[in-house]
Design a protein around this ligand. Sequence first.
Ligand code: CO8
Length: 255
Amino acid sequence: MSNIKVSTEDNVGIIQLDRPEAANALSRQVVGEIVEQLEAFDQKDSVRAIIIKGNKKAFAAGADIDEMMDDSPLSLELADPFAVWDRITLINKPIIAAVSGFALGGGFELALHCDLIVASEDAKFGFPEITLGVMPGAGGTQLLTKAIGKAKTLEWIWLGKPRSAQEALEHGAINRVVAPELVEEETMRLAHQVADQAPVAVRLIKEAVNEAVDTPLIEGSKLERKNFYLTFATEDQKEGMQAFTEKRKPSFKGE
Ligand code: CO8
C-alpha cells in the first residue's frame, strides 16, 4: 500500500505524504516511495518543478520510531537504510517543500533536502533526536550547518527544541512564512514561477549553487562558468536573448 499521493498540476509534480495516523512518520517504505517518485518526476519532461507536502498537522514527524527502535549498530550498518537519501541530492529539478505543522527529525531533513522551503506560520521545525538519545542521520547535521552555520546548528540540535517558522526564517533555514491557509497556494505560485523559467538554465543553476555549498569558491566558480557557457548550447538561450532584444516575453521549450 502506498504512503504517498502523487499528482501533477500543469508542469508541477506534487508528492503528498499520506500517513496521517502516524503524523507522516518516515518509515523506510515511505522514504523509498518518495525517492522513487522524485526520480520519476526528474525523468518526466512535462514536469519542471516538484513540490513535497504533508498535511495540516505534520509535514513529517521524523523517522518511524517504532520501526527503528530495535535496530542494532550492525543491522543498521548492513542495511544502511539512510543511504537512499543520497539519491535525493541527485535530483536535477527544483524541489520545494510546503511545510505545515511538524517538520521534525527526518521530516526536517526531508525539508532541508528540498531546494526551497515555504512554511505555515504554525509550522514547527526541529531535531528532537537528542531527546531520543540519538542524532540526525539523514543529512541534518550537514544540511543545517551549510544553511545557517555551525553555532546556530549546534544549539538547535543539542537542545532538541522545536523552533517556530518565524525563528527558522530569521535563522535563514527556510525561505518564506505565510498564513496556514496560504501555504499550498504560495508554494504552487513559487513552483510555477520557477517552472516557467528556462529549464536547462534552472537545472544548471541548481548544480552550480549546490557546488558553491560544497567546494572552495574557485572550484565552484569554474563549474559555474562551465555551466554558464553550456546554456549557450540551448535554444532557450537564443530565444531568451532574442526575446529581450525584441521586447517580448520568451517562450521556453526546454531544449
Ligand atoms: N514515529 C512513529 N510514530 C509517530 C512518530 C514517529 N516519529 N511521530 C508521531 N507518531 C505517531 C504517534 O505515536 C501517534 O500514534 P498513536 O495515535 O497510534 O499513538 C500519532 O503519530 C500521533 O502523534 P501524537 O499522538 O504524539 O500527536 P501529538 O500532536 O501529541 O504530537 C508530535 C505530535 C509532536 C509530532 C509527537 O508525535 C512527536 O514528538 N513525535 C516524535 C517526533 C520525533 O522525535 N522525531 C524524531 C524521530 S528520530 C529521527 O527522525 C531520526 C532521523 C534519522 C534519519 C531519518 C530517516 C527517516
